[in-house]
Design a protein around this ligand. Sequence first.
Ligand code: FMN
Length: 437
Amino acid sequence: MSDRLRYGWFVNFMPTAWNTPWARTSPGDWVTGDFYVEMGRMLESSGVDFIMLEDSSMVPDTFGGSMELEMKYTSRSPKNDPIPLAAAIGAATEHLGIVVTMSTTLYPPYLLARSMATLDHLTRGRIGWNIVTSAEDRAAQNFGMDEIFEHDHRYERAHEFVDLVKQLWASWEPDALVMDAATGTYVDHTKVHPIDFQGNYYSSRGPLNTLPMPQGRPVIAQAGGSNAGRGLAAEHADVIVSSPRGKEGMKAYRDDIRQRMERLGRDPDSCKLLYMITPIIGETVAEAQAKAHRMYHEDPAAIMRKLALMSSGQVDWAQFDLDQPLPEAADPRGITSIVEDLRRSGPDKTLRELLSGSSQSESLTLVGTPETIADEMEEAMEFVGGDGFLFFAGGGGLITRHYLTEVLDGLMPELKQRGLARDTFEHRMLRDNLLLA
Ligand SMILES: Cc1cc2nc3c(=O)[nH]c(=O)nc-3n(C[C@H](O)[C@H](O)[C@H](O)COP(=O)(O)O)c2cc1C
């Protein structure tokens, strides 16, 4: 495989590891954004295409009807707003893309369009938008709703939302800024247009009140797993991040998305698909295996941390016996594909077995040396067809500088040596670095 792959790093603006080896204990390190700004610089110098900032807006209390598990393991909170962090990372870097999550269910479209446009200016064309629809009642209640909309309805609204914000971004013609000294005219008003958008769910007069953004519109990222989610991704995404299991699952997902894009009249190569991985790296395979065993099997908190992470939707995992197979429990309003994926990956396994052994949200289980892991990544990409990987250190306060160093100073150089990662950024803007060869 000779084509360079694409890489992102998915991270939560949350506490970093604080009671594991190689962790810092000061909360000031994350809450000020210092850790993540430093991380942005590290990613850039290693040739990672973008950092992707997760978001959600609630304190979960689904597990056993209490916030205890959540507060103890910090799976979704405390969490700061990723939008100002994107600006801070942008100011500290020159080439790294910064993909920010904003929910179509919770943000007004005009506000979102304007924030994205402003961030694209601040970063000189390096912003992406991770479109999510939010699945949690608790988040909906923080924004004045009684409960979150039903799953497919959220996606129906998201289609309209995206149409609207795209029109707002296009409401200024690219050459509207004239700065004509002779007439003393800053902007040619004939090139700025109201949009008068009237949809089923949203309306907006427009135009946007920002100058046209450097990238025209942000890079659009999406992580849909369901039929409705894949439909939104196939129509709008420039980059799709997902975690289908194993090489076969990755290939089936990619083939499906590419077929959907073709049916919609889009060039399938105009969207890059990245698969989530959490490589466990050692200087020998045995050392990496021992580390993975310690992390996933010997740490009594590991399963509880995973349960806390999964307990932000409608499914109360406390009702299930950890030592029994998972019963039919998917709530159609919840994150359906996550529940279904888990059940499908081991219909006869107990919940404890399903949750132990790996980081549950990764496409490939990668445990080894930089060389053996790069072999597996390369082989998977040859089988799947492309396009790259999304690193993730696991949610809920597990990231450390030590882990970043293992991946960025251990694995990335090995990938570069094989021509599978970039040495330098060829372009200034995220869209160009991501999509062009
Ligand atoms: C890599 C990745 C990142 C995601 N980031 C977020 C996020 O920041 N906020 C959020 O509410 N959901 C996030 N999700 C959830 C997805 O938006 C989506 O709801 C989920 O993959 C299930 O797919 P479905 O909505 O099509 O059922 C993420 C999912 C993945 C795989």
